[in-house]
Write a protein that binds this ligand. Structure first.
Ligand code: GDP
Length: 194
């Protein structure tokens, strides 16, 4: 994918604030600090399009980005950060769920997981919602550079087993080395053009 332009459109908490639903959309979801901003920035070759917040969990809005005036990337607020007040946490689920279940142009969700972690309840809930709404899901295991090849393989086995999925459905990625960037793009392009 050749990136000609990548621009922030707007932030939203509710549907009335979303930009008009005109272009195919891909959303990115993951636990806070998982490497979601780094993944998006690496995909679009921009170092600071998505702000990598130094205080994880600070970005609690749904952020929309226009890519090449052809499709939209949506950065969903990271979940699971312990320091976020309970009242804010309570709004997360409904905010994300409303987006996922009402957005007509949503073509798929990139579910980002740290290759070193076992998927938790949040990842399972997300998969459950998406499944019931028949929204395609792309699973990316990031920070792969932090493990040796042997340990990567072991984690892929564990995570795929935990999620009840084929190993081949997990895409390994590293924002540090760029590993997996092309494969993730191919998968995203397939969703957009479907
Ligand atoms: P977000 O909260 O999910 O948006 O996570 P960030 O993209 O801000 O990343 C959180 C931390 O993990 C930062 O210190 C990043 O530099 C680091 N990080 C993100 N992706 C990778 C990766 O692929 N490899 C390594 N080694 N570090 C990463």
């Amino acid at each position: 994918m050749i990136i000609k332009s990548a621009e922030f459109i707007t932030s939203a908490t509710k549907p009335s604030q979303y930009p008009p639903a005109m272009l195919p959309e891909i959303a990115f979801a993951g636990r806070s600090n998982v490497g979601k901003s780094s993944l998006i920035n690496k995909l679009v070759n921009r170092r600071h399009l998505v702000k990598t917040s130094r205080t994880p969990g600070r970005t609690q809005l749904i952020n929309f980005f226009d890519i090449n005036a052809s499709f939209t990337f949506v950065d969903l607020p990271g979940y699971g950060y312990a320091k976020v007040p309970a009242a804010v946490k309570k709004k997360w689920g409904p905010m994300i769920e409303t987006y996922l279940t009402t957005r007509k142009t949503l073509k798929g969700v990139v579910s980002i997981m740290d290759i070193r972690r076992q998927p938790g309840l949040e990842e399972q809930n997300l998969a459950g919602w998406l499944g019931s709404y028949r929204i395609p899901i792309l699973r990316v295991l990031t920070k792969s550079d932090k493990l040796s090849k042997t340990k990567q393989k072991k984690q892929v086995d564990l995570i795929s087993f935990g999620l009840g999925l084929e190993k081949e459905t997990l895409l390994l990625f590293s924002a540090k080395t760029g590993k997996g960037r092309d494969a993730v793009w191919r998968a995203i392009e397939a969703l957009i053009t479907e």
